[in-house]
Design a protein around this ligand. Structure first.
Ligand SMILES: Nc1ncnc2c1ncn2[C@@H]1O[C@H](COP(=O)(O)OP(=O)(O)OP(=O)(O)O)[C@@H](O)[C@H]1O
Length: 285
């Protein structure tokens, strides 16, 4: 059997509370994603989804747990064997991890440098990772723009000269520039209107097929998750309460919390009172 692209085991993250004590944002979460696979992480606000995403890309350090990419341990702050790293080695390890796991956030306005054109933005990403020097870099930039459906004009535009959908295409191109094994999307289509959402979802499906990148799709939107993922992990209060093939989890949920999430989405014959009842039942568990 082939090695999964991403294996996360026993991830745990706590934060200090202002008045003393700690809150547990992520509690013993494990999952894996095969190369070319797609995992949705769903849950209500505060369930810990973004914290998992941030740990994956080194923006937060876990208290416990391991992250393995193609069989190599990539846990932030550690190298294989669990040894701690010094500052120089930490930077090298961070760049190495960034080559393997990239992220696209909800709001590309925040993550894109307003001073750089789309081409300059991609060039900076390639240079940072020492990939594609000179003419090869120029060729790679055009290939990336083409891959995400941005034309000549958009290539020369700065973020404010691009639409929301185009900015998100650029953020995806920048993430793909270094040919990562895993692409994490944190509410990456949440701010887009539905027709643009559909275009970006189709683009992501094409990219997954063409490049074999594994997707981790963090979202509160179950319809989007149904469309783009093979498997789904449901988080509640930092814990994984249910995981399995997306169609199974969303069509025949086993956990009461998954049922609550599904019943919260308006649909034909929707009864909001049912949602209130399920939430009251859950509160007792
Ligand atoms: N830097 C931090 N300091 C303290 N607590 C934090 C920090 N980041 C997250 N938390 C807490 O950890 C828990 C999980 O937050 P997280 O942002 O991961 O949830 P989420 O499911 O992504 O929610 P949302 O969909 O609203 O972004 C929450 O209780 C949150 O308040």
């Amino acid at each position: 059997m082939t090695e999964p692209a991403l294996v996360v085991q026993g991830l745990r993250k706590t934060y200090a509370l202002p008045g003393g004590g700690r809150t547990t944002a992520v509690d013993d979460v494990s999952f894996s994603v095969p190369a070319g696979g797609s995992l949705g992480i769903v849950g209500e606000s505060g369930s810990g989804k973004t914290t998992v995403a941030r740990i994956l890309v080194d923006l937060a350090r876990p208290d416990a747990g391991t992250i393995t990419v193609n069989g190599r341990e990539r846990t932030p702050g550690r190298r294989g064997g669990g040894r701690l790293l010094g500052p120089g080695a930490r930077r090298a390890a961070r760049l190495g991890r960034a080559r393997e796991i990239q992220i696209v956030f909800q709001d590309p306005y925040v993550s894109l440098d307003p001073r750089l054109t789309a081409r300059q933005c991609l060039h900076t990403a390639l240079r940072l990772h020492g990939r594609y020097e000179g003419q090869a870099a120029v060729g790679r930039i055009e290939e990336l723009l083409d891959q995400v459906g941005l034309g000549r004009r958009e290539g020369d535009a700065r973020p404010r000269g691009l639409s929301g959908g185009q900015r998100q295409r650029l953020a995806i191109a920048r993430a793909l520039a270094v040919e990562p094994e895993v692409l994490v999307l944190d509410e990456a289509v949440a701010a887009l209107d539905v027709s643009i959402q559909a275009q970006i979802l189709r683009l992501l499906a094409d990219i997954r097929r063409e490049t074999g990148v594994a997707l981790v799709f963090v979202s509160h939107d179950l319809a989007v998750v149904r469309h783009i993922t093979d498997d789904t992990l449901v988080m509640r209060r930092g814990r994984a309460v249910e995981t399995g093939p997306t169609a199974r989890v969303l069509d025949t949920p086993e956990d009461p919390y998954t049922r609550l999430l599904l019943s919260s989405v308006p649909h034909d014959g929707w009864d909001p009172a049912e949602t209130v009842r399920l939430r009251a039942e859950l509160a007792e568990l």
